[in-house]
Design a protein around this ligand. Structure first.
Ligand code: NAD
Length: 258
């Protein structure tokens, strides 16, 4: 069986710039022959995303706005995709957000508003997107989201985002159960730390990277390409028996005790 995605269409949500993990996934899917649709949140990302997409030299690529805090924007985004493309075969959900002040110090200092914001964007959005995408995934397919070890264990400074990732990982399992009967699989990649725009918000991120280089079984940090290739596997038929799974792409760091 080949890893070709020729004739398949995927929605890539969460490219902010060339360092975004979503962009690593997009490049892997593009190289496998997939047609891609990109969504971005807010006008400030529009130009950057359009510039990056132009480098793919693919006339069939679409770029659409989709702020996941707005139900009407999710509905209009998937309605436009339905009108322009019809059927899709998968979604890469690479979206998260928490206030910077809640990504340092003690977890318990998070306030109600900050807690709900992180959960709204980083966890609930997967469910909202999966529901909208299901209507277009009439041939079955695969939904992939991104999580982090901080959702399973306490990682210093990750705080409310860790609690939101725990919710996201539970959502992966419940959604996998709901959507399996439609031939739709739902999985998460638990990526090791990668220097991106979002990662900059996490307090003392450099020492997290250093720890991976020194202690992870593979003795190196995770790359965008490694996550992209695992996503390609999860979007392809090679993973047809895999759903509700959290796959760690983190140089093996998650197996260690401290
Ligand atoms: P990134 O900043 O490049 O991507 C985050 C994206 O979320 C951005 O494109 C941003 O526009 C989008 N976003 C934020 N609020 C949104 C909203 N309301 N509606 C729609 N989109 C919104 O950073 P990244 O590291 O590539 O993050 C992608 C995913 O990977 C996130 O879920 C993140 O938690 C996860 N992750 C990152 C790391 C890491 O170390 N970088 C590790 C594990 C998991």
């Amino acid at each position: 069986m080949q890893l070709s995605l020729q004739g398949k269409t995927y929605v890539i949500m969460g490219v902010a710039n060339k360092r975004s993990i979503a962009w690593g996934i997009a490049r892997a899917l593009h190289a496998a022959g997939a047609r891609l649709i990109f969504t971005y949140a807010g006008e400030r990302f529009e130009n950057e995303v359009k510039k990056l997409v132009a480098t793919l030299e693919d006339d069939t690529a679409l770029v659409l706005p989709c702020d996941v805090t707005k139900d009407e924007e999710i509905a209009s985004c998937f309605a436009q995709i339905k009108e322009k493309v019809g059927v899709i075969h998968g979604v890469a959900h690479c979206i998260a957000f928490a206030n910077k002040e809640h990504l340092e110090g003690e977890y318990m200092n998070v306030d109600r508003e900050g807690f709900l914001l992180a959960h709204n964007i980083s966890a609930y959005s997967l469910t909202a997107v999966a529901k909208a995408a299901k209507e277009l995934m009439t041939e079955g397919g695969s939904i992939v989201t991104l999580t982090y070890l901080g959702g399973e264990r306490v990682v210093q400074n990750y705080n409310v985002m860790g609690v939101a990732k725990a919710s996201l990982e539970a959502s992966v399992k419940y959604l996998a159960n709901d959507l399996g009967k439609y031939g739709i699989r739902v999985n998460a990649i638990s990526a090791g730390p990668i220097r991106t725009l979002s990662a900059k918000g996490v307090g003392d991120f450099n020492s997290i990277l250093k720890e991976i280089e020194e202690r992870a079984p593979l003795r190196r940090t995770t790359t965008q390409e490694e996550v992209g290739d695992t996503a390609l596997f999860l979007f392809s038929d090679l993973s047809r028996g895999v759903t509700g799974e959290i796959i760690h792409v983190d140089s093996g760091y998650h197996i260690l005790a401290r």
